[in-house]
Design a protein around this ligand. Structure first.
Ligand code: NFD
Length: 380
């Protein structure tokens, strides 16, 4: 009799254990391995990356000037010119042309001389006072680096959405951003400023952030980069904007590079004219929606685009971009259901059936096995 009771008890225990493990099976599949996003948890996935030129690295001032003046191996981070500027730019140029080159350039015979390109850049800035720069300072550099390039139906612009846009453009494999062109790739994220009194001709200690008497100095490189890239874009183009900016900052704002240097420079005529501008408006997970297509600054933008004779389309949160945003912020409330649906889709891909079905099958199997065991114990 005791033996019989023990058997019943172990059956119930087995059943409860199995039900519990089956209920949590799906979740455990995804939580057993913790894949931490590569960014800080609170970083907005559509916030621009800190890696571009205008975001100056936080200065960590060196105590001794001589340590940083010549970048001679005693590297100390400053808010001056990036140590190794020349080597980085030439190295990036080689990497771009010989490793990434075949990805997207339309004219593949157009290989540039990296040393010559760097020299065009350097002669515009070395020994020159930073605040004397203007919009023509880097003309030769951009002309050399971008001659013969046209970006047809794949040019992508961004404003307030650096991270997501670049994840989506995938180094030029999907779309081509300014930063995927040779001229911008060589300089992206670097800091530099000329100094006429310094032996190196660059100031490695401190670069001015803004020149009070000459606004154009700060815009000289990225302003001309933006303008030149806009002039190379043809056919349908894409613009990724941020519809969940805090503090009522509009998705499309005056004084942005996009409004001042890109939008006014899209070609309206000729073989390489822009035909249609597609706005992709993103809303960050866990953040409030401040604007949608057809509202506020998007209306202003639509009017400007139509007035220039381009077609206009606007889409809120295309699915592929939602996936990227959720990939960066997978703990966000709006991403939870998507995670579960994706889990089911992947189970189906792996096992040919969704895990919930698999669970009910294995649940049935456990019950049958347990019943058979009881029958065996009772009988013998
Ligand atoms: P953003 P955006 N003066 O995210 N891009 O539309 C100064 F000094 O708001 C690429 O302005 O978008 N800085 C790079 C400014 C840099 C000003 C610039 C301003 N009036 C532009 N406005 C790059 N790769 O580094 C904005 N900034 C700063 C081309 C702002 O603080 C791209 O093709 C942030 O660091 C893209 O389509 C950065 O500029 C469009 O312009 C971007 O500001 C994005 O310029």
């Amino acid at each position: 009799m005791i033996y019989y009771q023990v058997s019943i008890f172990s059956f119930v225990l087995l059943l409860v254990t199995d039900i519990t493990s089956l209920i949590y099976a799906a979740d455990q599949k995804s939580v057993d391995i913790h894949l931490e996003p590569p960014y800080q948890a609170d970083r907005s996935s559509i916030r621009p990356s800190i890696s571009h030129a205008q975001k100056k690295p936080k200065p960590k001032f060196a105590q001794k000037m001589h340590l940083i003046s010549s970048c001679n191996g005693s590297y100390v981070k400053t808010n001056g010119t990036t140590c190794g500027l020349k080597e980085i730019m030439i190295g990036r140029c080689y990497e771009y042309q010989y490793m990434k080159y075949q990805l997207f350039l339309t004219n593949q015979s157009n290989v540039k001389n990296c040393t010559q390109l760097y020299q065009a850049f350097e002669s515009a800035v070395r020994y020159k006072p930073y605040c004397n720069m203007n919009m023509s300072t880097y003309e030769k550099y951009f002309q050399l680096a971008l001659s013969g390039v046209h970006v047809i139906n794949r040019a992508m612009f961004w404003s307030g959405t650096y991270g997501v846009t670049h994840a989506y453009s995938a180094d030029g494999a999907n779309y081509i951003t300014l930063e995927d062109t040779l001229a911008a790739a060589m300089a992206n994220g670097l800091v530099w400023c000329g100094n006429e009194n310094h032996t190196d001709g660059f100031d490695f200690f401190s670069c001015p952030n803004n020149c009070k008497d000459n606004r154009w100095a700060d815009l000289a490189f990225w302003g001309l980069a933006s303008k030149t890239f806009a002039q190379l874009a043809a056919g349908e183009i894409y613009v990724v904007l941020n519809g969940s900016h805090a503090n009522d900052r509009p998705a499309f704002r005056n004084n942005s590079y996009f409004s001042d240097f890109e939008l006014p420079n899209f070609r309206r005529t000729g073989e390489y004219r822009v035909t249609k501008i597609n706005i992709l408006l993103l809303h960050s997970p866990d953040k409030n929606v401040t604007e949608k297509c057809g509202e506020k600054s998007l209306v202003q933008l639509e009017n400007l685009i139509l007035a220039q004779g381009f077609q206009y389309a606007c889409k809120d949160d295309p699915e592929e971009l939602i996936l990227i945003m959720c990939g960066n912020q997978w703990k966000a409330r709006e991403c939870q259901i998507a995670r579960h649906v994706l889990r089911q889709a992947w189970d189906k891909k792996l096992y040919g059936t969704s895990l919930s079905k698999r669970n009910s099958h294995s649940f049935l199997l456990v019950c049958l096995t347990a019943l058979a065991e009881i029958f065996f114990l009772v009988k013998f």
